[in-house]
Design a protein around this ligand. Structure first.
Ligand code: GN1
Ligand code: MG
Length: 368
C-alpha cells in the first residue's frame, strides 16, 4: 500500500506544512525520514515508522523514551543547557497521543530534528570519536540514577550473547532459506568462539558487574554532533534503552567506530580494528563516565569489543540463514557480507586484546 507521508505528518500537532520527506537510510530496523517544511531549508522534524515486528509493544517503547528524555531534559535544564538540542522531543498527535497508530498505515512517531547537527557514519575527522565517546559516557552518567525497574524490556535478551548463540544454532539447523552450506567455514569459526558468549552474561548473573540503564545501540551514527562546536550533542535512537551492562555500550561503539571500514565492507582486507581509534574512544568514554565504572567493568572493556562484534556476527549470519527477515537488506547477500566483515573484525580484535588492555590501563591510570 502507498502511504502518503503528508497524510501521516498532518496527524501530528504542528503548525507547519511539510514540503519534502527525505529517507535516512542508515538504520536497519525502522524507516526514517527527515521532514522539510515550507519556508525552511533545513530539516525540521524526523518522522519514523516503527518496525512493530521488532518492537512489538510500541506503548512500552514510547513510555521508555518519554521517561528517559524527560529525565535527561531536567538535567540539561539544571546545568543551563538547551533541552531542544540535547535530548529528543516527541511531538504528540492532534488528539494528544504520543504516537500515531493506524491498522493500514502502521505505527509512526515524530521528533524534532536536532538543528545544526549531523550524524556521522565513520570517524571522518580527528577528534570526532573522542567527542562521541565523551557524550556516550556522559549519557550513561546522566541515566545512572534513572529508576531502572520502571523501564520496559523492549526486546528481551537483546544482548544476551548466550541466547543469541542458541538462536544462531537454531537458524543453522533449520536452514530455512537453504543457505547453510554456503557458510560452512563461517559457521565453524563461529563455534570456536562460543566460550566468549558467556563472559558478560555470567558477570552480570554473579553480580560481579552491575546492571545499569544502558543505550544498547551505541553506533557512532546514533549521536548527533554539533556542526558548530564538533561536540557530541544528543544521543538518539533510544528504542533499546533498557537495563543492561555498560560493556554493551562500550563494546558496540568500538565495533562500529574503531573499525577501519564500514560495517558491511565486502573487501575483508580493509576490515580491522584501528588501535589509534580504540585509544581515542577509550580516552573519551572514561572521561565521560568518570567514576561511574567499576574495576571489573574496566577489566572487561577490551573483551567487550570482541563480544559485541561476535554477537552481531551471530545475528547477521542467523538472519541470512533465516532468509533476511530481521535486518533491512539493500543488496543480494547483504547480511552474509555484514556477517563476514564482523567476523573478520572480531578475529582481528581477538589478536589485539592485550594491546587494548594496555590502552585501557593507560587511561585508567591517568583518571586516578
Ligand atoms: C540495528 O537500526 P539500527 O541500525 O540502529 C540493531 C542493532 C545492531 C545494528 C547493526 C533493534 O540498529 O542491534 O547493532 O542494527 N537494532 C535492533 O548495525 O536490532
Ligand atoms: Mg538503532
Amino acid at each position: 500500500m502507498d502511504i502518503s507521508f503528508f497524510d501521516v505528518f498532518s496527524v501530528f500537532d504542528t503548525q507547519d506544512t511539510a514540503s519534502e520527506f527525505q529517507p535516512i537510510t542508515a538504520g536497519h530496523i525502522n524507516h526514517t525520514y527527515a521532514v522539510y517544511v515550507l519556508g525552511d531549508k533545513k530539516p525540521k522534524y524526523v518522522l519514523q515508522k516503527i518496525n512493530t515486528d521488532v518492537f512489538q509493544k510500541p506503548d512500552e517503547l514510547i513510555a521508555n523514551i518519554k521517561g528517559v528524555c524527560s529525565h535527561i531534559r531536567c538535567k540539561v535544564i539544571e546545568r543551563g543547557g538547551d533541552p531542544m538540542r540535547e535530548t529528543l522531543t516527541l511531538i504528540p498527535t492532534r488528539d494528544g497521543k504520543d504516537y500515531y497508530h493506524s491498522p493500514e498505515k502502521g505505527c509512526w512517531r515524530l521528533y524534532y530534528f536536532i538543528r545544526d547537527s549531523e550524524a556521522h557514519q565513520s570517524a571522518d575527522r580527528p577528534g570526532l570519536l573522542y567527542e562521541a565517546a565523551k557524550a556516550f559516557g556522559n549519557f550513561q552518567k546522566l541515566l545512572s540514577d534513572y529508576p531502572a525497574d520502571t523501564l520496559y524490556e523492549t526486546i528481551p535478551n537483546f544482548h544476551n550473547t548466550v541466547s543469541r548463540y542458541a538462536d544462531f544454532l537454531r537458524a543453522v539447523s533449520e536452514d530455512r532459506a537453504g543457505r547453510a552450506s554456503e557458510c560452512e567455514t563461517e559457521i565453524q569459526e563461529i563455534q570456536k568462539y562460543e566460550p566468549y558468549a558467556h563472559i558478560i552474561v555470567d558477570a552480570l548473573a554473579s553480580q560481579e558487574i552491575p546492571l545499569r540503564v544502558t543505550h544498547n545501540d551505541t553506533k557512532l551514527n546514533n549521536i548527533m554532533i554539533d556542526n558548530a562546536t564538533g561536540k557530541g550533542l544528543c544521543v538518539i535512537d533510544l528504542d533499546t534503552v533498557m537495563p543492561g551492562s555498560l560493556l554493551y555500550d562500550f563494546g558496540d561503539s568500538i565495533r562500529f567506530a574503531a573499525c577501519n571500514s564500514a560495517e558491511d565492507e565486502p573487501d575483508l582486507t580493509k576490515v580491522y580494528l584501528r588501535l589509534d581509534l580504540f585509544e581515542e574512544y577509550t580516552k573519551g568514554f572514561l572521561e565521560g563516565v568518570g567514576s561511574h565504572i567499576t574495576q571489573k567493568e574496566i577489566e572487561l572493556l577490551p573483551v567487550s569489543a570482541f563480544i559485541l562484534t561476535y554477537e552481531l556476527v551471530l545475528r547477521f549470519l542467523g538472519d541470512y540463514l533465516n532468509g533476511d527477515v530481521y535486518f533491512q537488506v539493500h543488496r543480494d547477500k547483504h547480511n552474509l557480507e555484514r556477517a563476514r566483515a564482523q567476523l573478520k573484525l572480531a578475529t582481528d580484535m581477538e589478536g589485539k586484546l592485550s594491546d587494548m588492555a594496555e590502552i585501557v590501563k593507560k587511561y585508567t591510570e591517568i583518571q586516578k
